[in-house]
Design a protein around this ligand. Structure first.
Ligand SMILES: Cc1cc2nc3c(=O)[nH]c(=O)nc-3n(C[C@H](O)[C@H](O)[C@H](O)COP(=O)(O)OP(=O)(O)OC[C@H]3O[C@@H](n4cnc5c(N)ncnc54)[C@H](O)[C@@H]3O)c2cc1C
Length: 408
């Protein structure tokens, strides 16, 4: 084992926290210094941002409290530059410079408000507790007069937000606008339940509608239709931080770091990428950004760094989806169980049992962090079975510096 190995983890969201805490546990008897950098001291439960946006109260988890006893150094600040050749990270425009031997890039993603004029100025997002809370304040202002709210983006985040808002503020007119049918990726029965919930809560769904402009008091559609809107929430698509691309680290067209089968940057193997910020491919296709897939990338990366430090071989990352859990307000939910590639199985849950399931999913990361300080807790429920097994059988990877896989 090398002496005094420095690992810097950028981003203390779901995956950065998981990587740092698990790595600290796995290297507790080794001379490894882990530094975790995050923009805020508060741990953002992004899975619950729609709850906050609808005016619900959330627990306030502080990152230093969650890290207590791990030996991890926490740096509160914005990472503003990476030098992957010199192996340094600049925080807060030069106030701090951190040297590293291994970098874990876990900066997540944020709502992409750049593609439609006006969205960056007039639309709210679920990117942080601050933006979600300011949307909640706006809802409070317009709820009394029965105002109109437009949720742009008919993916699962948009569905969760629209139903949560409609349930919390029954006097508001809530419209969900998007290109795809809400629940399009689900099986027919789960999707039908989702649509019944939208109807019950009075959410109007405008399907096949492309938003072309966001105005202070309206949303314009490609068809020329103008929807009066006192508040607009943007959930249509995400974008990645430009930090990796600015540093010359190879990224895809979305700005996600291109990784090899061990989740290391294809251009800079000293950089590991996890969660929403990593472009991860499985034999069945591209992983899309979810906590469900992100936590296993974090677990894998912590284990990989620990194994590489011990000079042990590493197997390729494997992952398969299990479910699509969707809240429909606080009193209803639908869980679609899936195949490894996220296509729907027949089984699904709805109603109270689905609400409990969804709450268990949302609450589990913080519980896992607490437990992971004392034991190795797995967050990888399914490695994809046969769909990902063949590649794993073929390839075994060597120690740091050996960029090529060793065929076995
Ligand atoms: C409303 C909502 C509901 C969702 N529901 C589900 C669900 O049910 N199931 C599911 O699997 N997924 C869900 N997701 C997606 C899930 O939240 C993301 O996939 C997950 O948060 C990704 O984790 P991450 O660690 O990659 O990024 P994040 O959790 O976004 O963490 C990134 C961290 O990096 C910090 N950061 C960013 N830039 C910098 C910088 N330059 N310097 C310092 N710090 C920085 C951020 O402040 C943040 O703390 C949902 C998302 C939303 C918005």
């Amino acid at each position: 084992m090398e002496n005094d190995h420095r690992v810097v983890v950028l981003g203390a969201g779901y995956t950065g926290m998981m990587t740092a805490i698990r790595l600290a546990r796995r290297t507790r008897r080794a001379d490894v210094r882990i530094t975790l950098v995050n923009a805020s001291e508060r741990f953002t439960e992004r899975l619950r941002m729609h709850q906050l946006a609808a005016g619900r109260h959330l627990a306030d988890h502080r990152i230093p409290d969650l890290l207590a006893g791990t030996g991890i150094s926490f740096v509160r600040g914005m990472a503003t530059a990476i030098d992957p050749d010199g192996r340094t990270v600049v925080v807060d425009d030069g106030a701090t410079t951190l040297d590293y031997d291994a970098l874990v890039y876990a900066l997540g993603s944020s709502a992409d408000t750049s593609r439609v004029p006006g969205a960056d100025v007039h639309a709210f997002t679920l990117d942080s507790p601050r933006t979600a809370a300011s949307f909640a304040t706006r809802l409070g202002e317009i709820a009394a007069t029965g105002g109109s709210v437009t949720v742009c983006g008919s993916g699962l985040t948009g569905v969760e937000a629209a139903t949560e808002i409609a349930e919390a503020h029954p006097g508001l007119n809530v419209t969900l606008v998007g290109l795809d049918e809400p629940g399009a990726m689900m099986g027919a029965k789960a999707r039908a339940h989702l649509h019944r919930a939208l109807d019950r809560l009075g959410v109007t769904a405008k399907v096949g509608a492309r938003v072309t402009k966001v105005l202070p008091d309206a949303v314009e559609l490609e068809t020329g239709e103008v929807l009066a809107s006192d508040a607009c929430l943007w959930t249509a698509g995400v974008t990645a931080s430009s930090l990796a691309a600015d540093a010359g680290i190879a990224v895809d067209e979305r700005g996600l770091i291109l990784v090899d089968a061990t989740l290391r940057s294809v251009s800079h193997p000293g950089v590991h990428a996890v969660g929403d910020a990593a472009a991860v491919r499985m034999p069945w296709g591209r992983i899309h950004g979810t906590c469900q897939s992100g936590l296993p990338t974090a677990q894998y990366t912590a284990d990989t760094i620990a194994r590489l430090l011990r000079g042990r071989p590493v197997r390729p990352f494997r992952f398969g989806y299990v479910h699509q859990p969707v809240s429909l307000g606080r009193r209803d939910a639908v869980i679609q169980f899936t195949h490894a590639d996220d296509t729907p199985r027949r089984a699904y849950l709805k109603g109270r049992v689905a609400v409990r399931y969804k709450e268990t999913v949302s609450a589990s990361p913080v519980k896992v962090y607490r437990l992971s300080k004392r034991m190795n807790v797995s967050v990888t429920f399914f490695k994809g079975g046969r769909a990902t097994r063949d590649r794993a059988r073929r390839t075994l990877f060597g120690t740091p510096g050996s960029s090529s896989g060793l065929e076995v």
